[in-house]
Write a protein that binds this ligand. Structure first.
Ligand code: SAH
Ligand code: SF4
Length: 370
């Protein structure tokens, strides 16, 4: 049974090296294996011609290279692709590819559902089921690369950027997030630039600090409100880590390491809720001296959300106040609308919805990450 074997997609370079050492193998084998898996996309031990026959036989016996199963591929009229992947336990997750003029971005999920319950997010509304494993996180990238290549319509598309902005709160799956990021950055696997790998968080402050210390990637923060009263309502984790603590963690991120960094602040535009001129002015005061930029996201509606998308005029008015206040501001173009692939619309499919209610009895937020 493959489930009892060691899944090599669960290892970053160091972990793979350690595993091979327990088999009495030389460390350089890890590099060879990673190149086969991630650069040549070979996932049959028999095809790995420079690996000795004896090691191949042992690996076939003890290890596997298991990935989620592709259930469905959807191609939007604007070129956006969405895949529905089925996991070994029947849960389903979604991954989205967004082609742009000079880059291709893959939006990856980190959990099945999400426990944080932001009021405007379809994933949050669906509740939390479980964390993804490393093979399920990096597997989304592996599968997307290979699915794009195998479809004549998308074969020339490349993935240059990865954003952890799919389903789930990546920092609440910390121990699986970090090896996955390592594999994205490692030259022996994908070799993506740290500027092009972004972790988006709703503000799990202690885990933000850990990430700052452990791996150098780009940071996006889901702010969505300029003050605590409103943010408490929209992003409930704010009650635990209010704006001041969040901004302090952002400063620590900026001040760590020697490269010039910026934080991307995400701000979903909800009509009449957080899109008023006074709120824009408050946001200017909050961010004026911070090396960041603001990404306004038009709200993507879903059934029973209770919110409406801000009008183009409100978005333009809001943008002008921010820009006049010296804040670099972009509006995210909504992509993949026709296939429900836009931000916050990813819902996958949870096999056991009853788990949604268990989380209230569990330690919340910060305590949850290992
Ligand atoms: N959990 C992480 C990352 C996943 S969500 C986080 O919250 O940052 C990626 C982005 O989409 C976040 O900024 C999130 O707030 C936003 N989002 C969620 N639901 C949305 C919706 N219905 N419309 C627009 N953006 C949404
Ligand atoms: Fe979770 Fe992010 Fe959705 Fe909030 S916005 S519920 S943190 S996925």
């Amino acid at each position: 049974m493959s489930t009892q074997r060691t899944n090599l997609f669960d290892f970053d370079f160091e972990a793979l090296q350690a595993y091979l050492e327990t088999m009495g193998e030389k460390p350089y084998r890890a590099k060879q294996l990673m190149q086969w898996m991630y650069q040549r996309n070979v996932i049959a031990f028999d095809d790995m011609s420079d690996i000795s026959k004896t090691l191949r036989a042992r690996l076939k016996n003890e290890a596997c290279m298991d990935l989620p199963a592709v259930q469905q591929e959807m191609l939007s009229t604007d070129g956006t692709c969405k895949w529905l992947f089925e996991l070994h336990d029947g849960n389903r997750i979604e991954t989205v590819y967004i082609p742009e003029a000079n880059r291709g971005t893959l939006c990856i999920s980190s959990q099945v559902g999400c426990a944080l319950d932001c009021s405007f997010c379809a994933t949050g509304r669906q509740g939390f089921n479980r964390n993804l494993s490393v093979s399920e996180i990096i597997g989304q990238l592996w599968l997307a690369v290979n699915m794009l290549a195998s479809n004549p319509k998308t074969k020339d598309q490349r993935i240059t950027n990865v954003v952890m902005m799919g389903m789930g709160e990546p920092l609440l799956n910390y121990s699986k997030l970090v090896p996955s990021l390592n594999l994205m950055l490692d030259d022996r696997s994908y070799g993506l630039s740290k500027r092009r790998v972004t972790v988006s968080t709703s503000g799990v402050v202690p885990a933000m600090d850990r990430l700052t210390a452990d791996v150098d990637v780009s940071l996006a923060v889901s702010l969505h409100a300029p003050n605590n009263a409103l943010r408490d309502e929209l992003v409930p984790i704010n009650k635990k880590y209010p704006i001041k603590e969040l901004m302090d963690a952002c400063w620590r991120y900026i001040n760590t390491g020697d490269r010039k960094k910026r934080v991307l602040f995400e701000y979903v535009m909800l009509a009449g809720v957080n899109d008023q001129p006074a709120q824009a002015r408050e946001l200017v005061s909050l961010l004026r001296d911070f090396p960041g930029k603001v990404n306004l996201i038009p709200f993507n509606p879903f059934e029973l959300s209770g919110y409406k998308r801000s009008s183009n005029a409100s978005v333009a008015r809001f943008t002008k106040i921010l820009t006049d206040g010296g804040i670099l501001t972009l509006t995210r173009t909504t992509r993949g609308d026709d296939i429900d692939a836009a931000c916050g619309q990813l819902a996958g499919d949870i096999t056991d919805r009853s788990k949604r209610y268990i989380r209230f009895a569990e330690p919340r937020f910060g305590e949850q990450f290992q």
